[in-house]
Design a protein around this ligand. Sequence first.
Ligand code: ADP
Ligand code: MG
Length: 186
Amino acid sequence: MNPDTAAEQHVFLGLGSNLGQPETHVLRAFDGLARMPGSRLLRRSSLYRTAPVGFVDQPHFVNAVAEMRTVLSPEALLVAILALERDHGRVRSFANAPRTLDIDILLFGGLVRHTDRLTLPHPRAHLREFVLRPLAEIAPDCDFPGRGPVWELLAACEPQGVTRLGGVADAGTQASARMRSASLTQ
Ligand code: ADP
Ligand code: MG
């Protein structure tokens, strides 16, 4: 094993924006993640357009997922992504409010943890089509501890108004092949 990478953890981050120019915020956020100290950006999903949930009287969202490896602790990674959100002018007003940039830690290796600051895996990620669709595009087999692989969670998820905007075209085929075989066996 390469000693430089031995301590790295495999993480997935969820990105979202619905203020200003959402696509630009998400694309620039990928660049910010690529420059994050102690971390490597491995893959980025396509961008997806999502109808707002909760507080529905607001613009649609643009969502995506990033796959990274990092030597940062979960808390240090949270500090780094909150700093990136602030760089994009994120202001916290009320739950589900419009935002220039939201970055959530979806999965941090296989870690299961709940503190005041951080819940891992993200407590709602496995229920959200705007997380599961981009995740299934780049990592359909990745596992939510105690819940199962992403492709299975996506097959069980009610449609929530998520459409693909474009981006990488290669990874979607794996997920859709599994989705097709899942629906054939039901
Ligand atoms: P949301 O993403 O649910 O709309 P916020 O982005 O305002 O809400 O996040 C509020 C807080 O949620 C963060 O400051 C952080 O302390 C906490 N949090 C708990 N678990 C996570 C996680 N897995 N990823 C990101 N933030 C988390
Ligand atoms: Mg958040």
